[in-house]
Each structure stands twice: as C-alpha cells, then as structure tokens.
Design a protein around this ligand. Sequence first.
Ligand code: ATP
Length: 642
Amino acid sequence: DALSKVKDVDIKGGWKVGEPIPYAALTKTFSLIEATTKRLEKTALLTSFLLLVIQRSSKKDSLALLEVVYLCINRLCPDYVGIELGIGESLLIKAISESTGRSSATIKADLKKEGDLGLVAMNSKNSQKTLFKPKPLNVAFVFKNLRDIAQSTGHSSQAKKVSIITKLLAACQDFEAKYIVRSLEGKLRIGNAERSVLVALAHAAVLAEHEKAGKKWSTEKLATRLEEGANSMKSVYSELPSYDEVIPALLEHGIADLRDHCKLTPGVPLKPMLAKPTKAIGEVLDRFEGKRFTCEYKYDGERAQVHKLPDGSVSVFSRNSEDMSKKYPDLVEQLPKASNSTKSFVLDAEAVAFDRSTNKLMPFQELSKRKRKDVKVEDIQVRVCLFAFDLLYLNGEPLLHKTLDERRKLLREHFNPVPGEFDFAKSSDGETVDEIQAFLEESVKDGCEGLMVKMLVTDASYYEPSRRSVNWLKLKKDYLAGVGDSLDLVVVGGYYGKGKRTNVYGAFLLACYDESSEEYQTICKIGTGFSEEMLQSHYDVLKPLELGNVRGDVKVGGAKPDVWFEPQVVWEVLTADLSLSPIYTAAQGLADERGISLRFPRFIRIRDDKSADDATGPDQIAEMYERQALAAVSGKKKKGGD
Ligand code: ATP
C-alpha cells in the first residue's frame, strides 16, 4: 500500500531514471508521512521512497541518497561538523513576505492563527497568482542552497540568507514551501524520529536486494532479512554516526556486509553510553549480585571523548558530538604526553576543573567559567585534568566488544598518569554494601557527585554507544539524601518579573521533549532561587530567542507565559516531588490521563552540552513519577509495620 502511494508520488513528480530527484516527490512523501499517526506506516512510506532512490542510484554515486536522508532528518552534515539550520522567525517572515508580496503583518497574523510558519508559507504561496510555472526544484539544488544559508556568516549574511530563501520560495509549488520553511526553522515536524529513518534506510536496502534477486525470497526469509538489516544498520550507525560514511558503503557493499566496512573510526565521535539512576546501594547489589562489577568516581565535569587520529592530531568531542577542540586546546596539547606510544585511540573521559596548587578537584561551576570557543592556552585560568574511564579504540582496532575489564587493562597499559593533567578514574572493585558505602563517601569528600557502578566482565560489560544502560548505574549523593535524579528541561516561555525585577523575566516555563512526536511538553513554572545576577544573565541569553507566538510543536496545555522562546536553552533542574497536573502536558497519557508537573523545582545549572532534543523525555518523567508513587506505598507499608 505504502509503495503504491509513493509510486504515485514518483509519477506525479515526473521523476525519471537518471534525472535529479524532484523536491516535489520528497515533499509529497513528507506530507503522506505527516498525514498518518501510525508509526509503522510512516516508516513504510519512507522505506518506499528510499527504495526508489536506491534503485536509481549507482554504486559509485551515493550523493542523491545521502542528500535525501539528510533532508529527512533535517540535517546537512554529521553532528560533529556543526553546520546547522535554525533560522530565526523574523528572517523567515521577511523572506516569505518578499517572495509572496504579502505584508509581514499579515503573515504574523496568520502565524498567530496557525502556529506553523511552514503552513503559512505554503498557503501564502498557493494563494498567489503566477503567470509562469517556475522551474521545478530538485533535491540537490535545495540541499545546496540550505547549506549555503547555514554556512553564510559575516556582516552581510542576514541579507544573503533572506535573498536565497526568497528565491527558493519563489520556485516552490504544492507542499514545497511548507517543508522548506520547516527545514529552515530546524524542525520538520512529520513525526519521523531518526531511529525510524535508520530502519527505513535498512529496509529499503533489503527490499532493493530482494527485487534485484527477482523477488524470489520466501516471506519468512524476507522478514528475517528486514529484521537483520534494521539491527545491523542501528548497530553500525551507533558506532559510526556519519551518513557520509555509512551511505556510500551501503550502496557499494550492500546491507549484509555493511558491518565489515563501517566501524568506529577516530575522528567520527560515537554517541556516548549513559547510565541509569539508582536510589540505593541495595538496588546496585540487586542488579549486580553475583557478577563482577566496579565502582568509579562520578566526576563533576564535562564528558570528553578524545580521539587521536593516525596522523597524530587530537580532537575532543562533547557528549553531544560537538567538536570541543577549540574549547580545550590544553587537553589537545596535554594528551600526547599521557600516551606517546599509541598511534590512534578513542578515550571516554571526564574533563574536570583542577586546582594544581592544592591538587584538588574543583566543581563544575569552575569549569563553566571557561570560554567555549577560541580559547588560547596562555589565557587559560581554569585548568582541567582529564579522568579517563574507558578506551574504545586502540591502534586501529575498535574495542567496543571487549569486556570493560579488558578495555580497562589496555587503558592502563597504554596510558600513563601525568600529575594534574591526566589520570584514570579512581575505581574500586568492591562487592559489599559497606565497601560501596565507604567508597561513595570518599568520592563525595574528594569533590565528586557520587559513583558510577559498572558491569566488569561478560558481554553485559561491552560498551553500548548511545544507550542509557542498566549495565552502568549512577549512584549520586543526592539520591541518597532522598532527592531524585535531576531533569534536563527546555526553557520555552518567560514571565515578566515584578517589583525590582521588571526589566528581566522573573520566572520561566519549562518543557520536556518527546522524541517520537517531536514536541515539547510543558512541565512547570520555575521562579525561585535565582539571584538578580542570574536573572539578568538568563534575560540576556533568552531575550534574542523571543518569538512572536508559540511554536506549533509546543504542547502548551493551560500554561500562560508572557513571552515564548525558541526552544533552545536547556537547564538542569531538581525537584522535591512530581505530581499530576491539569495544567501541564508532560507525559500526558503515560502514567495518567493528566500531565505530570514538578513541585518546587530548583535551577541547578545551564546544560550547554545538551541541545533541546536531548532534554529529558516523557517516558523518563513517567518512570520517575511511578517510582515515587511506589516508594510512597512501600514507605507507608514500612511505617505500618507490614
Ligand atoms: P547527569 O545529569 O548525571 O550528568 P547525563 O544525562 O549527562 O546526566 P548520565 O548517564 O546520567 O549522563 O551520567 C553519566 C555522566 O557522568 C557522563 O555523561 C559523564 O559525563 C559523567 N561521568 C563522570 N565520571 C564518570 C565515570 N567514571 N564513568 C562514566 N561517566 C562519568
């Protein structure tokens, strides 16, 4: 069914073999995907479209497929290259106005009604009378122009961007303006998460092979191949998250052999493994009972994935795959001293502010005082020491499928501590509650957040890129004090201050992010605990992000802030309690019909290592709520002597 719908796209798009892919065919597919709420159907539609692209691509020319995939996930290059879309609303309104002849005021009024600038652009275009049909857009042309827009910098860049966008919009027909504008805004809003794009790509590759083999496979064989293909694609991509590498290999070698050709490669950061929170040492033992595990200090710094390439160059990547080499030129300089005999490596580590005069760890607040860009080694005030806790690649060989015990041995064999610059994460392979308790206390005394407890042997201790895994547990001192895990939330709205605070925002509306529906769900208003100085600095950051209206992908509920922001800034927040709420929309329909809200939320810090899409998700919030409810029940039972 999906295939026939997409075939229809193909024919209407007038797309013949050997010709560039019409942008109309891609956007028609987007509109079909947007029109259904069924996840499987969304994937099937995309699969069918990608199948057509694969069938029309040659082994040697992977560009068309690459560009289509990038447009589907609304990116222009791998994460670590850092060319991003996300054009401000006012610039887009200007371009829509210039290309359609409608006034900015009318467009703004429409936006207020529709809540979606893409839709407004499409309606504005389609109601415009044109004498000549413009030359149809193709994917390669749109992609190139989006890249030019994202890359244009300098004082005349605004005008240049408006001019390119205006020209693109002038050539748009049917659905095209809607998706071009949404792409430029940075959110496609068709409900196609990156995971489903990966599955669709794998399925399309399998179906292409099936068709090539004369469709002779049995239904069972095809089903197995589809499942294997999707698993293989997900695992390959988590090791090598770069379509620039994966797609050419896919076309050249096919999906079955993809794993042999795409492996972790220094220079391409992989998504880090993450940990699950635990409330009590007893919980750790429940999980790890009878298995060998290790406890490591949980340092309070910034995650740093350090790569040494065979040419000797060193790069530092953030938790978010951002290249931080310019923030940490000192690390880039220091690292080779700790490992002069290695040709290439990938280290997983934490960069921590370090006082060299006292040899003491300093809290994250110190680290956050460092500039983020273009730091010169001679100007650095806050020194960092790197604490390595894992080795993922060494001298040409990926180590992800070795046990932590083996990886750690290699780490210790091939690296040497350099005082104040490089060390191994302090660890203790304890087994009893008392041992863990003592080590936890020691870690806190030394200025850490608590412990990370990790499976040490068996395949459960393999490195799991991009997973929040039960094989890594975090045991923070805060949890033991009865405080739950913190949440990372997006600032979507502001409330004007009162009294002395009228020139700044006095409170903020926060939201979590639902990856599957691509929407922000409101969760609480936060307004206490900010100093005057903090409020001023939040104001300076957030004021430029003010929007004329709430974005259509913010599920507002009953919240009524005075201003709306472009969802960009992420804050880490602690709460005393989670409660059901008739006002906020977070996790609606998961634990209850109502949403979940935070009671007495407290601001901890800005998480500029996380983007809005990395914010805590509704599933985690529902899980936290349910855990709290469970704890309350068992607490009551205990009190009652049950
Ligand atoms: P958090 O708010 O706890 O930092 P997070 O979502 O960034 O949350 P988590 O998986 O919850 O990540 O916690 C793991 C983080 O702790 C890692 O990302 C890393 O930056 C830091 N860390 C410090 N010491 C270690 C260690 N020994 N092993 C692994 N991670 C460590």
